[in-house]
Design a protein around this ligand. Structure first.
Ligand code: URA
Ligand code: URA
Length: 235
């Protein structure tokens, strides 16, 4: 619709180059949940990435080095959503790879999950200058892509990390401390808000609450943490 073949071909070409840069050497068409939903057009993550293209829809594109689309299992039961890329993420084009990301990795490890098993994304896909909080118009421009990603993945649970992701997806202003750790249904999604790992770096005593929240998620998924002694740890 509205795009000519040459332009579509160019977009696909760009995207294949992007995958190659990521070290991806083959493309598998997922036989996942989306494919099983029967007739009707079901959009996959690849198509969404192509449509996003070299996005200039909001001013954040001006300061970014790379788009951070999100990564992980395209049919994950559990998706984590943060706020937006920071410096490391912008440089690497991958979500949660800096200090907060390392803490998220430890949380996943404590849950007995591998990073590749879940999907990780953000409210905005480009780094806000100086890591400021993304503005409403930036979020409003970017979140439709996240929503499409969530529709493609169809996770059982979306864990929103921090107040920006939690309040935006739940469309409420209630402080994160009052909404965390409980399931909320919105947009056909089951959402469990928790604190942001960057907040945990500044307030390590809150790890206890996040670990409680992660156990709520594991229970819903019918999983158990690897050992009773495990936790996010202190630091
Ligand atoms: N903080 C976020 O919210 N997202 C990232 O990807 C990294 C840090
Ligand atoms: N405020 C935030 O923005 N995030 C948290 O996780 C907690 C407080």
């Amino acid at each position: 619709m509205g795009m000519d073949r040459a332009k579509i071909a160019a977009r696909i070409g760009e995207h294949l180059a992007f995958l190659q840069e990521m070290g991806i050497r083959e493309i598998r068409v997922p036989k996942g949940k989306a494919a099983r939903q029967g007739p009707g057009k079901i959009e996959g993550l690849e198509e969404i990435r192509i449509d996003l293209g070299d996005c200039t829809r909001c001013p954040l594109h001006q300061g970014r080095k790379q788009i951070v689309f999100g990564e992980g299992n395209s049919s994950a039961d559990l998706v984590f959503v943060g706020e937006g890329p920071g410096r490391d993420e912008d440089l690497q084009g991958r979500p949660f790879v800096g200090r907060a990301g390392q803490l998220l990795d430890r949380i996943l490890q404590a849950m007995g999950l591998r990073r590749e098993e879940v999907y990780i994304a953000n409210m905005v896909k480009c780094r806000p200058p100086g890591n400021r909080v993304p503005q409403k118009t930036e979020i409003d421009t970017c979140v439709p892509f996240l929503m499409r990603q969530l529709q493609a993945i169809r996770p059982r649970i979306v864990c929103t990390m921090g107040s920006v992701a939690s309040q935006t997806l739940l469309e409420i202003q209630t402080p994160i401390s009052r909404i965390r750790g409980k399931f909320h249904e919105r947009h056909g999604l089951l959402i469990l808000p928790t604190f942001h790992p960057a907040y945990l770096l500044r307030n390590p005593e809150k790890k206890r609450e996040v670990w409680i929240d992660m156990k709520v998620i594991l229970a819903k998924l019918g999983l158990e943490p690897p050992s009773r002694k495990s936790g996010i740890g202190s630091q």
